[in-house]
Design a protein around this ligand. Sequence first.
Ligand code: HEC
Length: 611
Amino acid sequence: MKMGVSLLLPLLAVLMSCAAAAEPPAATADPAAQGAAIWAERCSACHDHAQDRIPPKVLIATTRAPEDIIDTLTLGVMRPQAAGLTDEQIRSIAVYLTSKQPAPRAAPDANLCKTPANPQLTPHDWRSWGNDLTSSRYQPDGGLSAAQVPHLKLRWTFAFPGRAAFGQPAVVGDMVIAGGTGARVFALNADTGCTYWSYYAGALVRTGILIGKLAATQSADHRAHIAAWFGDDKGILHAVDARDGRQLWTQRLDNHPIARLVGTPQLYSGVLYTGVSSFEEVAAADPKYRCCTFRGSLVAVTAGTGKILWQSYTIRRPASTAKAASGKEITGPAGGSIFSAPTIDAKRNLIYVGTGDSYTNVETDSTDAILALRRSDGKRMWTRQVLKNDDWIFLCKGEAAGNCPAPLGPDFDFSSSPMLMHMPGGRELLVAGAKSGTAFGFDALAHGDILWQRSLAVGTNNGAILWGPANDGVRAYFATSEYSIEQQKGPGVLYALNPLNGEILWQTPTPESPCAWGTQNCAHALLAGVSMLPGVVFAGAMDGHERAYEAASGRIIWDFDTGASFDTANGGKGYGGAIDYGGQVIAHGMLFVISGSMRQPGNLLLAFAPE
Ligand code: HEC
C-alpha cells in the first residue's frame, strides 16, 4: 500500500514529459492499453484499494458509462486527478474501464415544448432546498393531500444525460428545473416533461436549484425576471432567466483552485447566501500535494448581479506553516466546508450553517460545528463545535504518512442544513444531524447550547445522516443509513423525533425490497433528503424505492420502485438507481423524484400525480 500511495497523482511534469517522449498516438495505438497504464499510475492507488467514499474499480467499471467517466475527469470530482491528461488519454481510461466506446450524447433538446414557458411564482411552488428560510423541507400547500398519496401514479419520466441525477429540482408554476450530470440544467413542463430549455454550465451541477423573483431595479439589464440560481463543481454560481434559460450572470465564489459548490444557495431580501466546499480532502491523499489551504465559507452576493458583498470563512485564521504527523511541512488549519443550504433566522438577522471536518492536525474550533453569522456582514456571532480534532483526508489510516493527520478523525461532517424550529412555549431550536448518525437539538436563544443529542445510527464517513431531515413543526424526521461502500449494502431507518428532547416517537426500518438491478449493491439505507406535506413524509432509499410514510405513525402508505428502466419523455429508455441527494419535492399537486447517484447509477427524473 505504501508503494501505491507514493505513486498517487504523479507530478504533472513527469506525465507531460512521458507523453512527449512517447510515440505519437497512432490509429493502431490500443486505447485500452494506454488507459490501463494511466490507470495504474494515477488511479489505482485509490480505486483498487477502495475505502471511505472511494468507489471500487469494479463498481465504476460495471455501473458507469464511458461518457460519465469522461465527465468526472473533465468536469467533476476527479478533475484534479486528471489534470494534465489530454482528451485522448482521458477517453482511453474510460474505454479501458468500461470496454465500451463513448456514445454520442442524447440531444439536450430532443423533446422541445411547443409553447414557450411563462413561469409565475405561486404559493404551491417548491423553490429552494428547504422550501423555506428555516430549511424545514415541508410543503404546507402543495396541492396534494395525504389521502391522495396512496393513489400517486407515474405520469412521465425524463432521462438526464449521463448516469446520475444530482441536486434537487425546483418547481415554479408549470415548470420544473433540475440539474444533472453532463453539466446541464433542464427546465421541463411539469405536466408532460417536454423541455422548455437546457443550459450548459460547463461543470457538473450538484446543488439544488433555487428560484426567485428579480425586480427590474435589481437586475443588471433593468428588466424583471423569474431567475434560477445554482452552483457548479468549479465553484461558480450561475443565474439564469427561468423563462428561456438565458444566462444573467456567473460569479466565482472562491479563488481556491479546487473549490466546489454542493450546497444550494438560499435567497433572502435580494441577497443570495451560498456555502463553499472543496475537493482538497481527496487531493491531499497525494503526499506530493501541498496540504492544505482551503477554508470553507459562506458567501453573500446580490441576487441581481452576482456582486460579492461578503465572504465569511468558517476557519478564522488563514493557513500558516505547520508539520504533519509524518514530519512533512504542511499548512493549516484547513477544512470546514459548507455542504448544505444556509438557514435564515429573519427575526434575529442571523444565518445558521453546519460545517464539515478539518483537513490537518492544526486545531480549529469551528469544524463539525453549527455557526451563527450576522446577515449584514457575515460576522460570527457564535460557534458550537460538536466534535473536536476531526482531522481527516482520504486514504489515511491514522498512520503518520504524507499529509495524513494522526490521530485520524472519523469524518463526521454536518452535510445537511440545520432546521430552525419555533416550538409552542416560545422555544426556538436548531435541529440538525451529522454524518456521525447523531441528531442534535441546539438552543437558538442561547448561542446554540446543546439541549439534547440522540445517536440514531452507527456513524460512517459515508454519512449515517447525510442529506437532511424535515419537520412539520411538531416532529423532526430523520433518515439514516448504515451503508458500507466496501460491502455495498446496509440498512436504513426513518425516525420521528420529539424536537424538544430528541425522544424517538417512532422508527420504521426500510423494508428489504428487492432491487430492480439485482442483488449487487442492493442497500436499503436512506441517504437522500426527507421531504414532507401535511401528514406524510417522503423518503427515497438506496434500493431505488421512493416511499411515503404516515407522519403520525411511520406506517408506509405508498411505495414505488424507481430502479427499473422506463420510456422517457425525451426519447428512449432511462433507468433509475439509488435515490440520493435531494430525493424528492412536492408542488402543484405532483411529486418529483430524482433517481440515480454515484452509489448506484441512474439518470431519471420521475413525475407523479394522483390518478
Ligand atoms: C486520491 C484518491 C483518488 C485518486 C488518485 C483517484 N480517485 Fe477517483 N475517486 C476518489 C474518491 C474519494 C471518489 C468519490 C468522490 C466523492 O464522493 O465526492 C472518486 C470518484 C471517482 C469516480 C466516480 C465519480 C462519479 O460520481 O461518478 C470515478 C469515475 C473516478 N473516481 C475515476 C478516477 C480516475 C479515472 C482516476 C485516475 C485518473 C481517479 N479516479 C483517481 C478518489 C480518487
